[in-house]
Design a protein around this ligand. Structure first.
Ligand code: GLU
Length: 467
């Protein structure tokens, strides 16, 4: 009988205690891309057993973030809180089998034994008072005491796994405590739930942040005790801020959906995050399809990645330029409206966006650039004063007059600017600067001829002659 090829199954297992930030989004993306590459399944599991810190808003924020990034999942979301009966059943099985035991040591006793071990220079751990051993006489459980349940971790040997990212990792069992898998009230603990879930959900590849690396040998031991097949583990190095410190809010480690608000495109974000810890040769720009085609375990970076906002902006600018103009208009219009501008009173948005696209690397910046064409110039007199003298004033008056009859094309306007400069003995900036201010109230604008072409004869002549 030929065995069927292994169906790759990955999962993203966030704890709903906050937003989906960049690090979480990258973990989700890599798990998703790996599953998609192998035509396997990607599962969403919400690890909500920390009742004090988990909120429905955070669950929603995580789902919104994944939706925005278009990371679709095949199964889930599964909620750990809905699987309590299953965890309890597994624990009871383990108690019967002997791979877990009731421990009546009180927290104070455990603390005292740990303290004593520390004093002896040993690694603090549970001393095994209630651990059953062949021939060992256990004490009589104190009346009314509620025990915790501990996993009977092997005491000899090592745990070794081939990490997808970091290579071979070995931890001695001597380093590992008999982990508490259920609290006195019977609720299972975090590491235990993860194991049962990965087992039940037939996860073949666990891809997660390397802050979980200490959990892995414990989880492997539990899974082995359950007789489960071990998944492949891959631990992604953390993301650092541009200053080399751990990425924090100050660096933009905020909800990915804030990047949506800030005018980044999901495809750009996906492309950027994909490169933050994985590479395909020197390719910096690639589509989602290429990512799925190329994403493999062989090119995951072992070292921490550094978040670079300028590069993200550069990637975003690339994706903005790829958008069909209609889509770009659709994406920009609500942002312009939100800024209080009505495009009905101005040139066609598509023409404006084509002109200012070069000047913006986010949709927000694009809307701000476009706004130039839809607003009434402000503080003109004040900005104009230092740029004006008699010659300039005469040149502008002359120019405005000629504009009433010139053919309304960029070329013709450019030619008229040239002849005006020559006629009045001026250099380009001397005329262009006050023109910019008169037309827009700003000194930074696209080229004056392009600007005027789009603003239209009526608006241009009235603004130039109003001064
Ligand atoms: N719930 C964990 C977290 O949000 C992830 C656990 C895992 O991927 O195994 O950090």
């Amino acid at each position: 009988m030929s065995s069927s090829p292994l169906r790759i199954r990955t999962r993203f297992a966030p704890s709903p205690t906050g937003y989906l930030h960049l690090g979480g989004a990258r973990t989700a993306l890599y798990s998703w891309a790996f599953a998609r590459h192998h035509k396997g399944d990607f599962i969403l599991r919400i690890e909500d057993t920390d009742l004090e810190r988990s909120t429905p808003e955070a669950v929603q924020a995580i789902m919104d973030g994944m939706h925005w990034l278009e990371l679709d999942y095949d199964e889930g979301p599964f909620f750990q809180m809905q699987r309590m009966e299953r965890y309890k059943a597994v624990i009871s099985e383990m108690l019967t089998q002997g791979s877990a035991y009731l421990c009546y040591s009180t927290p104070a006793e455990v603390e005292a034994m740990r303290e004593a071990m520390r004093a002896r220079g040993e690694k603090p751990r549970y001393d095994g008072t209630w651990r059953p051993e062949p021939g060992k006489q256990l004490g009589v459980p104190p009346a009314d005491a509620k025990p915790v349940i501990r996993f009977r971790n092997p005491q000899e040997g090592d745990v070794t796994w081939q990490d997808m990212v970091k290579g071979s990792i070995t931890i001695s069992n001597r380093e590992l405590d008999d982990l508490i898998i259920a609290r006195p009230d019977g609720t299972p603990t975090y590491n235990f739930c993860v194991v049962v879930d990965d087992w039940d959900m037939k996860i073949t590849h666990v891809i997660r942040g390397d802050d979980h690396i200490n959990n892995t040998p414990r989880q492997i031991n539990i899974l082995k005790a359950l007789g489960g097949e071990l998944p492949v583990y891959g631990h992604l190095p953390m993301i650092l801020g541009p200053d080399g410190e751990k990425l924090s809010k100050r660096h933009g480690a905020v909800s990915v959906t804030l990047y949506d608000e800030a005018g980044f495109l999901p495809d750009a974000m996906v492309n950027y995050l994909a490169r933050l810890g994985w590479s395909h040769g020197d390719d910096e720009l690639f589509s989602r399809e290429q990512l799925v085609e190329w994403f493999d375990a062989d090119h995951l970076s072992k070292s921490a990645a550094q978040f670079n906002p300028e590069k993200l902006a550069w990637v975003n600018a690339h994706y903005m330029k790829q958008l069909p103009i209609d889509t770009l208009c659709e994406q920009t219009l609500p942002r312009l409206n939100a800024l209080g501008f009505d495009v009905a009173h101005g040139p066609a948005l598509a023409d404006v966006l084509r002109l200012v696209l070069e000047r913006a690397n986010t949709l927000v910046a694009l809307a701000q650039e476009a706004a130039l064409f839809y607003r009434t110039p402000e503080n003109v007199a004040e900005k104009l004063a230092p740029l004006m003298d008699d010659t300039v004033a005469k040149a502008i008056a002359d120019f405005a007059h000629q504009l009433t009859s010139v053919e309304w094309s960029k070329e013709a306007i450019a030619a008229l600017i040239k002849t005006t400069l020559t006629a009045h003995g001026l250099k380009m900036p001397k005329l262009a600067m006050p023109l910019r201010v008169l037309l827009t109230g700003e000194t930074q604008t696209p080229s004056v001829d392009a600007l005027m072409t789009l603003l239209g004869r009526e608006r241009v002549v009235s603004r130039l002659t109003a001064a």
